[in-house]
Design a binder for this molecule. Structure first.
Ligand SMILES: NC(=O)c1ccc[n+]([C@@H]2O[C@H](COP(=O)([O-])OP(=O)(O)OC[C@H]3O[C@@H](n4cnc5c(N)ncnc54)[C@H](OP(=O)(O)O)[C@@H]3O)[C@@H](O)[C@H]2O)c1
Length: 279
């Protein structure tokens, strides 16, 4: 039995589908089982219960554990769980920074538990651009900092495909694969590509880091995380992001492009009731 935390998330949902399709027994955790929309062949349980009976491997998403892991690892050892695959972050491999430190804390605790582990360290998710969806629907202008900052956005389905390998084969035990998408793109490039898929122009209008900090603070992340994100963006201005071949090496499939990601997710950017060219 493979336990998937954050099963309705950007990585969790495609991972649940991939494992279920391959015939693995899956227990998917969510705070709202009734509305989770997970495949019928999957056992769905409540995140707060964290049932470990019969579980052999855990996919651990830090988004679910903002308050720490509690006694999860002790219980995992007691329940004879063999393996943890952690959704860590590329930031854990960068010079010391709060986002990296947050993920290293998870990594260190898991390593000390004696369980088998794999730490997936992806860079920026393509899904981060969903934060722009309201602005794109409103007037096609994304207002944000550092238009020329590069990332190599990764399609979350590729992270899920790597996670599936780490959960179901022994080839990646004790490894910390760094994962990126296949191309380095600026924020402005990503806005333009969303527009191309929508069939109407979308442009990125740069605002000052101070204005961005104000808009982001009090929102989805604590102030120190906002500052760390802004510093990472500042350092990436006009600096192409490193593009790695790890996804293809592990899954044998080339990583999906950002254009492919936008095509799969274009409905999220569309104005309700207005037909657009998403072909
Ligand atoms: N975004 C990036 O660029 C990036 C880069 C590197 C690493 N990461 C890592 O990836 C994680 C995000 O992964 P993701 O996008 O798959 O996750 P996500 O979509 O943000 O969240 C996954 C699921 O976790 C549940 N959840 C969310 N907040 C929760 C909370 N406070 N308590 C309990 N459950 C909660 C939700 O499911 P229910 O509502 O169904 O319970 C959600 O669907 C980050 O936290 C970070 O560790 C992200």
């Amino acid at each position: 039995m493979i336990l998937i935390t954050g099963a309705t998330g950007a990585v969790g949902r495609p991972l649940v589908h991939e494992l279920a399709r391959a015939g693995h027994k899956v227990r998917a955790l969510t705070r709202t089982p009734a509305t989770a929309g997970l495949p019928p062949e999957v056992e769905v349980a409540r995140t707060e219960d964290l049932p470990l009976n019969g579980v052999t491997s855990i996919f651990m998403n830090p988004a679910v554990f903002w308050n720490g892991l509690g006694d999860l690892l002790t219980r995992a050892v007691e329940n004879r769980v063999r393996r943890v695959v952690l959704l860590s972050s590329l930031a854990a491999a960068a010079p010391p920074n709060p986002i990296g430190a947050h993920h290293l804390e998870f990594e260190n605790q898991i390593e000390a538990s004696g369980l088998e582990w794999t730490f997936l360290r992806p860079g920026a998710f393509a899904a981060n651009t969903l934060q722009w969806a309201d602005q794109i629907r409103a007037d096609g202008v994304v207002r944000g900092p550092y238009a020329d900052a590069h990332t190599a956005p990764i399609d979350e389905r590729d992270i899920a495909a790597v996670a599936a390998k780490a959960l179901t084969t022994d080839a990646h035990i004790g490894t910390k694969p760094l994962l990126t998408g296949p191309e380095s793109l600026t924020n402005a490039d990503q806005a333009r590509i969303i527009g191309e898929t929508l069939g109407r122009p979308v442009r990125y209008e740069e605002i000052s880091p101070e204005a961005a900090r104000e808009a982001m603070t009090g929102g989805f992340a604590p102030a120190e995380v906002v500052d760390a994100l802004l510093s990472m963006y500042a350092a990436a201005v006009n600096t192409p992001a490193e593009v790695l071949r790890t996804v293809e090496q592990i899954t044998t499939n080339p990583p999906r492009t950002f254009k492919t990601w936008t095509t799969a997710n274009i409905s999220q950017f569309q104005q309700i009731g207005i037909a657009t060219n998403s072909a």
